[in-house]
Write a protein that binds this ligand. Sequence first.
Ligand SMILES: *Cc1c(COP(=O)(O)O)cnc(C)c1O
Length: 200
Amino acid sequence: MSSFGGVPLDVASMGVDYLISSANKCIQGVPGFGFVIARREILEHTRGQARSLSLDLFDQWQTMETHPGKWRFTSPTHVVRAFAQALGELAVEGGIPARHKRYGDNQRILVAGMRDLGFAPLLPAALQSPIITAFHSPDRPTWDFKRFYAALKEKGFVIYPGKVTQCETFRIGNIGDVQAGDMHRLLEAMAAVLHEIGIE
Ligand SMILES: *Cc1c(COP(=O)(O)O)cnc(C)c1O
């Protein structure tokens, strides 16, 4: 879901039946639709099974097959156009290997800079993904994630608002049209915010 287009995946060798992703993840399109790459013979067994009218993948596929590329309901035209543009930009960047390298470089800059600011990542480097990184929240009574989040947003950086782990963590993503310079600017903003809210 989150890594398609940003991490090399050999779908054939993985024996994947369905790969589901969104226009607005590593392809870097704008939000508006999701897509599915399916093993045809598995998808064919789902005729008539959908419990929702609009989210009927089989019917959507059939309509696209029988009416060259037609969407069942109003086509999200602008979003599809943006997706085509995004695919072109992915090719210009050098394809998935180049994008994967950029995301990985972003992530390493982030972790090194966060370590300098006193933050430790939740996972060891070998398990970290280039997409998003969880950091332990500082073990300080003054730590207030909401305040930290709002102060960073004030400086133009929106980080993930939630955590997924049982531990006290927060997450920072680095996908999108984000370059090394942006990661350095984020780290500078972070240092300023920590100073402002009295956590250094
Ligand atoms: C992004 C994401 C979603 C939401 O998809 P959108 O098309 O962005 O609304 C759901 N699940 C996972 C795991 C995701 O990464």
